[in-house]
Design a protein around this ligand. Structure first.
Ligand SMILES: NC(=O)c1ccc[n+]([C@@H]2O[C@H](COP(=O)([O-])OP(=O)(O)OC[C@H]3O[C@@H](n4cnc5c(N)ncnc54)[C@H](O)[C@@H]3O)[C@@H](O)[C@H]2O)c1
Length: 275
């Protein structure tokens, strides 16, 4: 059987770590050439080295997805390196655990709800803007920079945006994150409508709790892990490859009649908490 992304060029934001890196490795196994795009250029180069060691073609570009100029330069770099972009995974993102991780690390074990600065009544506007800029505006800027190249090339394409179960489940102390991910889900549907005429399909994946560096301190705090597992019918946390496999389906021809949709690889978490 032919590899599912044979001859395709994939641009993956957030490709230096966690879910983005998982997609880069999985897509390369299926024959794709990979452009790893990340704020952390050094870690992106390490992923490129892993991909080349697997026998894949790959390169990296440093990007700040919150910047329009940077996203346009990223898409232009992918086209310059590999001639076109066939598929994109927008996985770059931050969370409280990412950008205030030191504080959280220092108070491991302490309930997040003790931190009133994470609740809406006291959350700083700066931290709100920072998260929305990367997680929502960054996905919009990534999608359109990529879609502009795909539309100009005229051969269609696929885009997969990484949302979260938080797109449809409110989490105390994470309002900015939840709102950003609900926005990504709606943005995905809007792009799907507008880009269908260019044969560009746009879908989203909403992971449950996944073992990645973003999960940071929480993942090493056993009571937190136990509680997540208790709420997950399949009784485990997810791994990056669980998300990469869902992205792969949406990126390749097997999903050719699917656009404007979201898949939640969450071990049944959503079915349990929302039913
Ligand atoms: N880990 C989880 O449990 C989980 C659950 C649901 C959704 N998600 C989402 O999955 C995506 C990937 O998360 P992860 O768990 O792999 O996290 P991660 O921290 O391991 O990886 C995120 C990557 O994004 C990059 N990044 C951050 N800001 C950026 C910017 N402005 N421009 C370019 N790159 C930037 C980081 O450098 C990092 O390499 C995120 O959108 C996250 O919200 C994660």
């Amino acid at each position: 059987m032919a590899a599912r992304l044979d001859g395709k060029v994939a641009l993956i934001t957030g490709g230096a770590s966690g879910i983005g890196r998982g997609c880069a490795l999985r897509f390369a196994e299926e024959g794709a050439t990979i452009m790893v795009a990340d704020l952390n250029g050094e870690r992106a180069e390490k992923v490129v080295a892993e991909l080349i060691a697997m026998g894949a073609k790959a390169d990296s570009v440093q990007v700040d997805t919150a910047s329009e100029e940077s996203c346009e330069a990223m898409a232009a770099a992918a086209v310059a390196a590999f001639g076109r972009i066939d598929t994109c995974v927008a996985a770059a993102g931050i969370s409280h655990a990412g950008y205030v991780s030191r504080e959280i690390d220092e108070q491991r074990g302490r309930d997040r709800m003790d931190r009133t600065d994470m609740l809406l009544l006291d959350k700083s506007l700066d931290s709100w803007h920072k998260l929305i800029d990367v997680n929502l505006t960054g996905v919009m800027l990534t999608n359109r920079a990529v879609a502009r190249r795909m539309a100009a090339a005229g051969s269609g394409g696929t885009i997969v945006n990484i949302a979260s179960v938080a797109a449809v489940t409110a989490l105390m102390g994470s309002a900015d994150y939840c709102v950003s991910k609900a926005g990504v889900w709606m943005l995905t549907k809007c792009f799907a409508l507008e880009l269908a005429r260019h044969k560009i399909r746009v879908n989203a994946v909403g992971p449950g709790y996944i073992r990645t560096p973003m999960s940071g301190a929480a993942i090493t705090h056993q009571p937190w892990v136990d509680s997540q597992i208790r709420h997950t019918p399949l009784r485990r946390l997810g791994e990056a490859v669980d998300i990469a496999n869902a992205c792969l389906y949406l990126a390749c021809e097997e999903s050719s009649f699917v656009t404007g949709e979201i898949i939640f690889p969450d071990g049944g978490y959503g079915a349990a908490v929302r039913s």
